[in-house]
Design a protein around this ligand. Structure first.
Ligand code: M6R
Length: 611
């Protein structure tokens, strides 16, 4: 996820672009850059770090001052570490270009372009797009057609903005699977990845659709889709600036819950070979000997990431038969943990900066091969390990992790299938089945998010409860733990997660009419029936049941409670991803009813960089 802004009109472009980028910094902040046309040429300035670093640099020079055409970018790295060279805009010949998205076939395109003489200055997937557009301009194509031709070569997701130094009155735009809007002014136009960037200047907005290409000039916009002209409705935005920043949601947490279908798609995009029904993770540089030598896997993580590791254990052991353990990073280094050259130690961390996880993986690296599953390129953990599998959740602002968790689950699922493929522990048909089920996930997640108002009603019913018990079995037990953690951290209500079968060994003593029991019931026949038996024990003691299930219309369950939240079924292994969404929403609504600071809960920090 990155933030992009463009301006063409009669005012000075630079301050408008910078103010737009300030509104979009929530989309990425590891580097930033601008390209502005003025005095007969395009000047590019880029800086690593937050936008403030770019502003300092721009203050020291004046090349961009005065021009009234420009583009700007704030980056969240996906390909290529955060660095000045990898920051956007990328330039090639006459073209300066910025991008939000992922070019899936960039390796092959780069090879072709290099053979044709293009010289690359960055490690990014984006730079190939600048070279492609420049190549087509050199063949005599109009800039709009050149971008069109480039997009025809590209596979992946993109919002591209390009300017051509020989046509300094136009911004060329292309959109596929990542958002882009055009703000309509009087003799000026604004382009951005999100509405807040243009709100100080105009409330008239066109939202582009997938496949749209736009030729934006100060006095009008031409939009085509599939080579044919199209009209898109001009909408008037009435949001106040703060609501706009949160995409119209009351809190970042709710916005991020709603972003999960996209974040999950971004995480498996380019890693699923649909035709072969296989997983491709070229970023992992394990050679065959190294892979064959792995006799054990140990995951280390904290908090929500630790819950993702518990699910990972199911994936690894089921698909690869490699014994797998999960350790709290904070415990791993304070005991005589056993690990050696045949143990692969994997750190899972959204931020890549959690002090305990960093210390654990540093220690592991003294004796074992290490890798990480991480959301932040260039973070300390990502730099410390041999191999990194990045989640592509984009920046997560709310302290309570939501989309980081579901993308971690996708990443470890990809990893487990990949290891099974390489070690030959699953039949190709099974690999194909597991791989293809991923493709149904985004739609199922989207449907699960739509239970929001049903969950809000349940939250209203139970808002006064002082304690909650969360129960799950098998692969959904970690989700019970995650649901309980979400409730604790944002609503300050005590909650505990338990394997449903363990209830009778202690927690059952707590159950009375004041104790809501949130239970996860997977469709799997054996576990569903066993969990129903556990619920009868709860009912017999007057406990109130809130059930989340991917088994539609169970009479037995509906007879036990009126609080049933049904979510779609995709597969047994992907159930945890979908079941977790109503639990995020339940915590969210209880916190809102309790009037807590949802995005910044007391005593917590987004990234815990101290021991
Ligand atoms: O950045 P990390 O994934 O390493 O963070 C680990 C935990 O601090 C984090 O998951 C924490 O538990 C969240 N606030 C949970 O919502």
């Amino acid at each position: 996820m990155c933030g992009i802004v463009g301006y063409v009109g009669f005012q000075e472009a630079l301050p408008i672009i910078i103010s737009g980028l300030e509104k979009l910094e929530y989309r990425g902040y590891d580097s930033a850059g601008v390209a502005v046309y003025g005095n007969g040429k395009v000047s590019v300035t880029r800086a690593i770090g937050k936008l403030g670093e770019l502003k300092k640099l721009l203050n020291e020079r004046s090349a961009e001052a005065g021009g009234s055409l420009g583009i700007g970018h704030t980056r969240w790295a996906t390909h290529g570490k955060p660095s000045e060279n990898n920051a956007h805009p990328h330039t090639a010949g006459r073209v300066s270009l910025i991008h939000n998205g992922i070019v899936e076939n960039y390796v092959e395109l780069r090879e072709e372009l290099e053979k044709e003489g293009s010289q690359f200055k960055s490690e990014t997937d984006t730079e190939i797009a600048a070279h492609l557009v420049n190549k087509y301009l050199n063949k005599g194509l109009d800039p709009f057609d050149a971008l069109k031709a480039a997009c025809a070569d590209i596979r992946g997701s993109y919002a591209f903005l390009a300017i051509d130094s020989q046509n300094p009155d136009r911004i060329l735009v292309a959109k596929n699977s990542t958002p882009i809007i055009i703000g309509i002014g009087k003799n000026e136009m604004f382009v951005a990845s999100d509405i807040p960037a243009v709100l100080p200047y105009t409330r008239e907005v066109v939202i582009l659709e997938d496949g749209d290409m736009a030729d934006v000039r100060c006095d009008g916009v031409r939009i085509e889709n599939n080579g044919k002209p199209v009209q898109r409705k001009v909408q008037t935005i009435t949001w106040d600036p703060i609501t706009a920043q949160k995409g119209g949601y009351k809190h970042y947490m709710l916005k991020e819950i709603h972003e999960q279908a996209q974040a999950v798609t971004d995480t498996f995009r380019g890693r699923v070979e649909q035709e072969e029904g296989a997983i491709s993770l070229p970023e992992l540089a394990f050679d065959d000997k190294e892979l064959a030598g792995i006799q054990r896997i140990v995951f280390v993580a904290c908090g929500t990431a630790w819950h993702a590791c518990l699910v990972a254990k199911f994936y690894i052991e089921s698909f690869t038969q490699i014994p797998c353990e999960v350790d709290y990073a904070s415990e791993f280094r304070y005991r005589q943990a056993v690990f050696d050259k045949n143990t692969l130690v994997i750190a899972v961390s959204q931020s890549g900066e959690t002090a305990d996880t960093l210390a654990a993986i540093e220690l592991a690296g003294t004796r074992s091969p290490t890798m990480a599953v991480c959301n932040v390129l260039g973070s300390s953990i990502a730099r410390k390990v041999g191999n990194v599998l990045f989640t592509h959740a984009g920046p997560e602002i709310s302290v309570a992790s939501t989309k980081a968790f579901t993308t971690q689950l996708v990443a470890v699922y990809l990893l487990a299938i990949y290891l099974a493929q390489r070690r030959g522990t699953l039949a190709p048909e099974k690999v194909g089945e597991l791989t293809h089920s991923l493709l149904h996930l985004p739609a199922a997640i989207q449907q699960a998010v739509e239970v929001n108002s049903a969950v809000e009603k349940v939250a209203q019913r139970f808002r006064g409860a002082k304690d909650f018990l969360y129960l799950g079995r098998g692969i959904c037990y970690p989700i019970a733990l995650e649901g309980a953690l979400k409730l604790k951290e944002i609503s300050y209500v005590h909650a505990e997660g338990y394997p449903a079968g363990e209830m009778k060994h202690g927690p059952i003593a707590l159950i009375d009419e004041n104790m809501p029991v949130v239970v996860l019931l997977q469709r799997s026949k054996e576990l569903f029936e066993k969990t129903i038996s556990n619920l009868r024990e709860v009912e017999a003691r007057g406990g109130k049941i809130i059930a989340v299930t991917d088994f539609e219309g169970s009479k037995e369950l509906h007879a036990l409670t009126q609080n049933v939240i049904e979510v779609p079924f995709v597969s047994d292994f992907l159930s945890p991803l979908i079941m977790t969404i109503p639990l995020q929403l339940l915590a969210y609504h209880i916190a809102v009813f309790n009037g807590t600071d949802v995005d910044l809960p007391r005593n917590l920090a987004k990234s815990v960089t101290v021991e």
